[in-house]
Design a binder for this molecule. Structure first.
Ligand code: FAD
Ligand code: SF4
Ligand code: SF4
Length: 418
């Protein structure tokens, strides 16, 4: 069986998930994250890497190294959903935050509590920033008032870990508020870097349906009558200001082009990176808290006041959630049994099928990643052998058709939604 041996192996086989961590592992200026033709940020090297530099990346890159919690005793174990110490529904008590945020402002409110309480001195998250309105930048936020600038879902590559070295160099306790695969990169780093382990005191993430290619947003603009090759938006917000809120592009002449969230996603072809299709953990198994949308069957049915489903997975996650409730940062209510299967069925399906998908990739020549303690067998046992065979066959066919990291459309067996 082939193994990944270099950064090039990771990118060429479609296992890069655009976190930016490799840029931080190599000497400064060796790797930059740049937009690739497939509409994702990918590492580009200024010179060939040494074998030692490649080895350091292969050891830590979350694209090919993902660890779950299933090698440890869990408090409230679920093979599919991980440790469910506490599951509640909730939202930001502050109505402005709840309205402006992506869902109900839970992530922003928890970050605010962490800063106000002095438990951390800054938060690593992302916000709009860069030469183009579709670009995002990692940012270290110290002032609670500035948290709202990162309070939305950036539905494009963002390379948030390309700021982690700068964050660690500050030698101050901080928290990380990013996607599940970004948290996997943080955990990998913490396993080998004592400072990362000591200074990153809290992690939270969102349930993640995939990072789509930029083409998805460009196609949306075209459907709304804009040709982005001729005029590019100067500002772009995918959602928020309601739940899910409109997708809003501000054009150079000041006019606003807007569409409903469902105009962006429903019944329209959209593409993602290959790594998302074999993702073993899009639900933040390694984070202290995971939160996501709470729409029945994952379908946004018009606008509503944002409500998150919230999972506290660790002791610190449980304690932070309780403090946020006690001090009024969050308003919560009990969740019904089985709520996660009800509001995130696509994520349950992906967990049950990722092993068969991966097997389909490996038999067509993809190197085997290092995915461990993820309850792969137990999750697969919840599908029939026919369902697993279909998933396996679908991946083999896609790989044989040359659909690696290039324009891989979402498919029926993983109706991931954003
Ligand atoms: C790419 C992507 C896919 C998603 N898919 C799903 C899904 O399938 N199902 C579901 O229930 N929810 C999904 N979400 C999550 C959902 O959109 C909300 O982000 C989540 O419910 C948290 O809402 P909130 O109001 O508490 O967050 P907010 O308070 O608005 O805070 C948002 C946080 O997300 C971070 N963030 C935003 N965009 C990115 C990015 N590109 N990379 C890293 N961090 C980012 C910000 O830094 C901030 O910390 C997705 C989000 C993203 C970014
Ligand atoms: S997943 Fe992250 S660390 Fe791995 S190659 Fe891509 S950008 Fe680099
Ligand atoms: S689906 Fe997985 S790999 Fe893709 S962006 Fe989400 S967490 Fe990362």
């Amino acid at each position: 069986m082939k193994r990944f041996e270099s950064l090039k192996d990771i990118v060429d086989n479609g296992f890069c998930l655009s976190c930016g961590l490799c840029k931080e592992l190599a000497p400064e200026g060796t790797i930059e994250m740049q937009w690739a033709p497939n509409g994702h940020l990918r590492p580009r090297t200024s010179r060939p890497l040494t074998p030692e530099e490649d080895a350091a990346i292969v050891q830590i890159c979350p694209g090919i190294n993902q660890t779950g919690p299933f090698d440890q005793p869990l408090v409230q174990p679920s093979n599919v959903w991980g440790d469910l110490r506490r599951v509640v529904m909730g939202w930001a008590t502050d109505p402005d935050t709840r309205f402006q945020a992506s869902t109900g402002g839970v992530m922003t409110s928890i970050n605010r509590y962490l800063l106000d309480s002095g438990r951390v001195t800054f938060v690593l998250q992302v916000r709009a920033g860069g030469p183009k309105s579709t670009d995002s930048e990692p940012v270290l936020i110290r002032d609670p008032k500035d948290l709202i600038t990162g309070s939305q879902s950036r539905y494009a590559s963002s390379a948030p870990l390309s700021a982690v070295r700068a964050a660690i160099e500050l030698n101050e306790p901080f928290s990380v508020s990013l996607k599940p695969c970004d948290i996997a990169g943080i955990r990998n780093l913490q396993r080998v870097d004592e400072r990362a382990k000591r200074l990153i005191v809290y992690t939270q993430t969102m349930i993640c349906g995939t990072v789509p290619s930029l083409d998805t947003t460009m196609d949306f603009l075209r459907r709304e009558g804009v040709n982005p090759d001729e005029e590019y938006p100067v500002a772009l917000r995918w959602r928020g200001n309601g739940c899910p809120g409109p997708t809003l592009a501000v054009m150079p002449d000041g006019r606003e082009v807007t569409g409903l969230y469902n105009d962006m996603w429903d019944n329209n072809p959209w593409t993602t990176q290959f790594r998302c299709k074999v993702c073993p953990d899009a639900i933040g198994l390694q984070a202290d808290i995971t939160t996501g949308d709470a729409w029945p069957n994952a379908m946004a049915n018009g606008e509503s006041a944002g409500t998150n489903v919230i999972i506290a997975r660790t002791a610190i996650g449980e304690e932070v959630l309780a403090e946020c409730e006690r001090l009024g940062y969050l308003t919560t209510k009990p969740a019904q049994d089985g709520v996660l299967d009800y509001v995130q069925p696509h994520e349950a399906n992906l967990r049950k099928s990722f092993g068969a998908r991966l097997a389909g990739a490996v038999v067509t020549g993809t190197p085997m990643p290092n995915f461990t303690a993820l309850a792969e067998q137990e999750c697969a046992a919840e599908l029939t052998s026919e369902e697993l065979a279909n998933v396996f066959k679908g991946t083999v066919e896609r790989k044989r058709a040359g659909q690696g990291d290039e324009r891989t459309s979402m498919d029926d067996e993983n109706q991931s939604r954003l």
